[in-house]
Write a protein that binds this ligand. Structure first.
Ligand SMILES: [Cu+2]
Length: 255
C-alpha cells in the first residue's frame, strides 16, 4: 500500500491513502497474522517525517526513526516493511502469543528525533492485526486520546459515531500523548481480553466499561450495539472528570 503524508489546515498533519485526502487519524490498516505488508510513504508534507509502528515485526531499516536512518525528506518516498506472525511454540517450549492486536502507528521524526510534534499534530493511526477466524465488525470506530483532544478535535467537534442496534461494533482506542487518560463508554461493557469477548464462562478476564491508558497504550474490543441498553445517545469519554470537561468526549448513537 501507499501512504501520503500531508500538511492540513490549522497547523496539523495527516496520513492518507490518496493525495489530498489525508485524515486524522490516518487510515486504519488491517493485517491478518502471518501477512507481510509493504508500505510506501510519500512525503508531501514539506517537512522531514517518518512512519513507525507498534506491535508487528520489522527489520531495523523499517523502524522509522532518525536514529536508524528511517526519515523521509520532503518530496521523497521510502518503503517500510511490516511483518506479522501467528502464535507458535519456541524450541525451548515457551509460547509466543502472535501479533494479533490493536496497535498505533505514528510519525517518529517531525520536529525532533521522537516525532513528538508529528504525533501532537495528527500523524498517527490504528493498525489492526487479526487472527484467522476473528469476527469482522460491521462498524469500526477509532478514538485517539491526544493531549486535550480526541483525534485532535475537542467536543462538541469530536466524531459522532453511529451504529444500529445489534451491529457488531469495534472500538480501537489509543493514547498518543504524554498524559494519562481513561477510556469510558456509557451503556456497554466488554471483557478485558484481546477481542472484548470472554473465552468461556470461567474466563477470569473482568467485564469492564473503563480502561486506564497512559502514553502509547492501545487496545480494542468488539461489542454488540445496544445489547443491554437499547437505542440511545451514549457518551464515550475520558473517565477523568477534568479530561471530559475540557472536551475529551464524544457521542455514540445507537439507532
Ligand atoms: Cu509509538
Amino acid at each position: 500500500m501507499r501512504l501520503y503524508a500531508e500538511a492540513l489546515p490549522g497547523d496539523k498533519f495527516g496520513y492518507g491513502l490518496i493525495p489530498g485526502k489525508a485524515t486524522i487519524p490516518g487510515p486504519t490498516i488491517e493485517m491478518v497474522e502471518g501477512e507481510t505488508l509493504s508500505i510506501e510513504l510519500v512525503n508531501n508534507a514539506g517537512r522531514p517525517l517518518s512512519l513507525h509502528t507498534h506491535g508487528v515485526d520489522y527489520d531495523i531499516a523499517s523502524d522509522g526513526t532518525p536514529m536508524n536512518g528511517g526519515v523521509v525528506q520532503p518530496g521523497e518516498r521510502r518503503i517500510y516493511v511490516w511483518k506479522s506472525h501467528r502464535p507458535f511454540r519456541r524450541a525451548d517450549g515457551t509460547l509466543d502469543g502472535g501479533s494479533a492486536g490493536y496497535w498505533p502507528y505514528h510519525d517518529h521524526a517531525l520536529g525532533g528525533e521522537h516525532g513528538s510534534e508529528g504525533m501532537a499534530k495528527g500523524l498517527y493511526g490504528a493498525l489492526v492485526v487479526r487472527r484467522r477466524d476473528d469476527l469482522l465488525p460491521d462498524k469500526q470506530f477509532v478514538v485517539v486520546m491526544n493531549n486535550e483532544s480526541i483525534n485532535n478535535l475537542v467536543a462538541p467537534n469530536t466524531p459522532t459515531f453511529r451504529a444500529r442496534q445489534g451491529e457488531r461494533v469495534e472500538w480501537i482506542v489509543i493514547g498518543m500523548d504524554s498524559y494519562p487518560h481513561a477510556f469510558h463508554l456509557h451503556g456497554h461493557r466488554w471483557s478485558d481480553t484481546r477481542t472484548g469477548y470472554a473465552s468461556g464462562p470461567d474466563d477470569s478476564a473482568p467485564l469492564i466499561d473503563t480502561k486506564d491508558m497512559v502514553a502509547a497504550v492501545s487496545f480494542g474490543f468488539q461489542l454488540i450495539a445496544g445489547e443491554h441498553s437499547g437505542p440511545g445517545k451514549f457518551f464515550y469519554r475520558d473517565a477523568r472528570s477534568w479530561g471530559a470537561d475540557v472536551g475529551i468526549n464524544g457521542v455514540y448513537i445507537v439507532e
